[in-house]
Design a binder for this molecule. Structure first.
Ligand code: AHR
Length: 506
């Protein structure tokens, strides 16, 4: 048994939590769209071909915003191909994933899907093969009310009212040699600036995100952000971060150190953005959009990323997640919540089948992967203000990070309901953790609303079509409350959620 302490105080706030950190990502890649969220003819399909089983799971997952249409796919995409009568839409080669794109699903279908699910769209403009001109036209088509060729075209397509899309991404991973239309930081920074300028002329209310580095490991990481923001700092609101956790030495302890790496990444990008602000004598703060993140290493080889013969909706990167992956996803959510003053949007990549929390069979079932659970619980309970956590915990060392506390935790308090949500990982893999939590200033009559744990004796345990609930949260009976103090036993290698509410307002 190890002992840890977690202390929070109602007056020590990191920031209000932007609910857009519980975002996801739908790319035209593999089976994310086709036979993922969209499958006309599926027994659960609605009149538009949207799978109702996947919509229900997306609601349960609690996705607050969804990025679309890519990803690498974006950089070769013509938005015009995906609007208007379906029988007139072209079939195209998708050079990002060597597939055939039928364009039977496009922007309007995606926006209808978002409305049906109750989530916000995050739309990206192609700055790989295209540029500011297409971006401003696309925005005019989507957001301009009426009286121009493109806004009237949208109306002809059946959408009388403007879509009013707020959040836009300026390209995707433009630093990557794999990217269609890769750019240097200067080339991209200039195009991002001009695109942003034009887009704001069309609709000044939009929020815009510039591309940061594709990964923390890119040789140009840091200098890329510095140069890009040097050009477009005044025109954009966000810079993006992408991170995919790997487990090269098959070591759970080391793998869970990726959580600390994510925190470092966030702080470094914020520091670079702030240094650009300093150079410009600006008080403006660029916010962070972690608009692609997840675990991705088991289905990463070229065989997983490319199938011969330009197939439609091939099975690409269908990673099967396990218990340790769920811990890593929970830990990444904790880190993003604890950095809520800078991280305002984030997208778990992707939503269905392609490195997705939701898996589907064409014509068949849909089920929850292990990583579904920490995400759904955090999205359900994390509302209000993130409180600064003070953690006392023994730590271990691993290749991924020099000091990794066994306890990783975040606390979010909702002033309106008086509810406090505690999210905690026990990263000790053989010892139970006895945690003592002090909720200072939040009321002395706390009662338990919910307590659950995600634990499995086998770190490699996963959910399958045949056993979809093999790894799933279970009630945690080992939680006690005394006034404002909570004590709990956290099993080795577990994700835990404890929710309390004060019976009287604090
Ligand atoms: O999410 C899968 C791919 O990973 C995306 O298309 C790309 O942006 C990233 O490299």
């Amino acid at each position: 048994m190890i002992s840890t302490r977690l202390i929070v105080d109602r007056d020590f706030t990191v920031s209000n939590l932007d609910r857009r950190i519980f975002g996801s990502f739908v790319e035209h890649m593999g089976r994310c769209v086709y036979t993922g969220i969209y499958e006309p003819g599926h027994p659960t399909a609605d009149g538009q071909g949207f799978r109702r089983d996947v919509m229900a799971l997306s609601r349960e997952l609690g996705v607050s915003i969804v990025r679309y249409p890519g990803g690498n796919f974006l950089s070769g995409y013509n938005w015009e191909d995906g609007v208007g009568p379906k029988d007139q839409r072209p079939r195209r080669l998708d050079l990002a994933w060597f597939s055939t794109e039928t364009n039977q699903f496009g922007t309007n279908e995606f926006l209808d899907w978002c409305r049906a699910v109750g989530t916000e769209p995050m739309i990206s403009v192609n700055l790989g093969t295209r540029g500011p001109d297409e971006a401003r036209h696309f925005l005019e088509y989507c957001n301009h009310p009426t009286g121009t060729r493109l806004s009237d075209l949208r109306r002809e397509h059946g959408y009388e009212k403007p879509h009013d899309i707020k959040f836009w991404c300026l390209g995707n991973e433009m630093d990557g040699p794999w990217q269609i239309g890769q750019k240097t930081a200067d080339e991209y920074g200039r195009i991002a600036k001009e695109t942003a300028k034009l887009m704001r002329m069309v609709d000044p209310r939009v929020q815009l995100a510039a591309c940061g580095s594709s990964t923390h490991d890119m040789p140009t990481f840091g200098s890329w952000e510095d140069t890009v923001l040097g050009h477009c700092f005044d025109e954009v609101d966000f810079i993006s971060l992408h991170t995919y956790f790997e487990n090269p030495h098959d070591s759970t302890a080391e793998f869970l150190g990726n959580i600390e790496q994510t925190e470092l990444f966030i702080r470094e990008v914020a520091a670079v953005a702030d240094s650009v602000a300093a150079r410009k004598h600006s008080t403006k703060r660029i916010m962070l959009s972690v608009d692609e993140w997840n675990v991705w290493y088991k289905a990463r080889s070229i065989d997983h990323r490319r199938k011969p013969g330009w197939p439609e909706a091939p099975r690409l990167v269908e990673e099967v997640y396990n218990q340790e992956d769920a811990l890593a996803v929970g830990g990444a959510l904790i880190v993003m919540m604890n950095n809520a003053d800078r991280v305002k949007t984030a997208c778990l990549a992707q939503l269905a089948n392609v490195i997705g929390p939701i898996m589907t069979e064409p014509g068949g079932a849909a089920w929850r992967q292990t990583i579904f659970h920490p995400f759904a619980q955090a999205s359900r309970y994390a509302r209000g203000r993130v409180l600064r956590p003070v953690i006392h915990s023994p730590a271990y060392q691993a290749k991924t990070f020099p000091e990794i506390a066994y306890l990783c935790a975040s606390v979010v308090h909702d002033d309106e309901t008086g509810q406090t949500a505690i999210f905690a990982l026990n990263r000790h893999l053989s010892n139970t953790q006895e945690i003592s939590i002090e909720l200072r200033g939040l009321g002395d009559q706390q009662r338990l609303v919910d307590a659950s744990e995600l634990h499995h004796a086998d770190m490699k345990a996963s959910n399958t079509k045949a056993a979809p609930d093999n790894v799933a949260p279970q009630p945690n009976a080992n939680v006690q409350i005394d006034g404002h103090r909570v004590t709990a036993r956290l099993r080795p290698g577990s994700w835990n959620v404890i929710v309390t509410r004060n019976t009287k307002p604090a």
